[in-house]
Ligand binder design. Structure first.
Ligand SMILES: NC(=O)c1ccc[n+]([C@@H]2O[C@H](COP(=O)([O-])OP(=O)(O)OC[C@H]3O[C@@H](n4cnc5c(N)ncnc54)[C@H](O)[C@@H]3O)[C@@H](O)[C@H]2O)c1
Ligand SMILES: O=C(O)C(=O)C[C@]1(C(=O)O)C=C[C@@H](O)C=C1
Length: 364
């Protein structure tokens, strides 16, 4: 017996899910595309078994349907699907970054012999599109599910069982509570990052040194400002009430900082940093998509020709896998900072030990 999984919106998240399921015993993955060029791309990249432009064809006989389109299109797809003759017992789920409105939409549709369970993998990236999809995206990340009251337990278990292919950790959350929490830990940080980048962009118009000198701190806090504008327009508008409250709280926090500076209250500044430091150090272990998607090592490297090759050779000879390598702020005759990214913390620790013991003047 085969299990058919239909994925609507084979982008970063839909494509990553497809890659987790494709090729697993008895599973067929069908991708729905809203443009012919996208359908061809899904197939040529080997992300799905079949691709179709037809909603009916994708949904026909599907055991699971994943809605992975922007938040602003979720209701439309759920409504269209609810009007189709779906397979009895079919489970529809979504991956949208907000959960309250889609849970309400599903409740209003009063689906028969078909179930809706809201979902939200707490993993992602500033990149988008099927090109950015990877089966490793959800590994060790939390994956929120928002089952409606009265959902048969075996239906919930069946989705959880399928999601075990993602290697994510499932967590049940109430949809309204979910939107408040992700408002604070995901949506607000995206707004702040964008506002900060745009503030510096305006200063840079009169003096390009702003961009040129922007180093680790600016890059660390602003990576997510490069996220897809349409995806984030939909998320923020959908979570508008929560965001308006949180941005008002943010303004109060910034005003408190302004007062500390006006009053030259050094002790107050120290306390603010210490409080933040304490809270941050008690965050759960580093997980993909939450605090860091990788384990990073920053190294001051001298401006010697071939230094990158030497470092990667040492790592390669010791079978340490790098997931990324980047030179930050490298100018002629000036030491640069190299960022080495690893998927495993143990790889990062071994690399640190090995590089500490080399003759190259590397300071970690
Ligand atoms: N990016 C993240 O970090 C992240 C993390 C978790 C959840 N999400 C949620 O996942 C969903 C998809 O986000 P993504 O990052 O994969 O975006 P993406 O842009 O990579 O993928 C979106 C997909 O939807 C398709 N699409 C766009 N408009 C459509 C329309 N009108 N009709 C049909 N298909 C359409 C696109 O072709 C693409 O395949 C969103 O709801 C988002 O909130 C995103
Ligand atoms: O790591 C990133 O780039 C993300 O933006 C991932 C992130 C987040 O804010 O943590 C973004 C949106 C999601 O809905 C879930 C995860």
């Amino acid at each position: 017996m085969t299990t058919k999984i239909a994925i609507f919106g084979v982008g970063l998240i839909g494509g990553s899910l497809a890659l987790c399921f494709k090729g697993k015993p008895g599973i067929t993955v069908v991708g729905h595309a809203h443009r012919p060029a996208s359908a061809d791309k899904y197939i040529s990249r080997g992300v799905v078994d079949q691709a179709t432009l037809s909603i009916e064809e994708a949904a026909l006989d599907a055991d699971f349907i994943f809605l992975c389109v922007p938040v602003g299109n979720l209701d439309e797809y759920l409504t269209k699907l609810s009007a189709l003759p779906l397979k009895k017992g079919c489970i529809i789920t979504d991956v949208g970054s907000t959960k309250a409105s889609i849970a309400l939409a599903a409740e209003k549709l009063a689906l028969e012999d078909v179930y809706f369970i809201g979902g939200h993998p707490m993993a992602g990236s500033e990149r988008s599109g099927v090109e950015a999809a990877t089966p490793l995206l959800f590994e060790n990340a939390y994956y929120v599910l928002t089952p409606p009251p009265g959902l048969p337990e075996e239906v919930y278990d069946s989705l959880v069982h399928l999601l075990s292919y993602t290697r994510a950790q499932i967590v049940k959350v109430d949809p309204v509570e979910h939107d408040r929490i992700v408002g604070a830990i995901s949506h607000l940080p995206h707004v702040i990052a964008v506002a900060l980048v745009n503030q510096v962009c305006d200063y840079n118009k009169d003096n390009p040194l702003y961009r040129q000198l922007a180093a680790g701190g600016f890059r660390d806090i602003t990576r997510i400002a490069s996220s897809d504008p349409i995806i984030w327009r939909d998320i923020l508008l959908n979570n508008r009430d929560v965001m308006l409250q949180m941005l008002s709280d943010w303004n109060n926090g910034i005003s408190a900082f302004v007062n500390l500076l006006k009053q030259e209250d050094g002790e107050g500044i120290v306390q603010a940093f210490a409080k933040a430091n304490d809270f941050r150090s008690e965050l759960p272990e580093r997980r993909k998509g939450m605090i860091a998607s990788t384990f990073d090592l920053y190294i001051d490297v001298p401006d010697h020709p071939g230094i990158i090759g030497k470092i990667t050779t040492i790592l390669g000879e010791n079978h340490i896998n790098l997931s990324n390598i980047q030179i930050i702020e490298s100018r002629e005759d000036v030491p640069g900072i190299m960022r080495l990214s690893f998927r495993q913390e143990s790889d990062m620790e071994r690399a640190k030990e090995l590089l500490n013991n080399t003759d190259y003047s590397i300071s970690l």
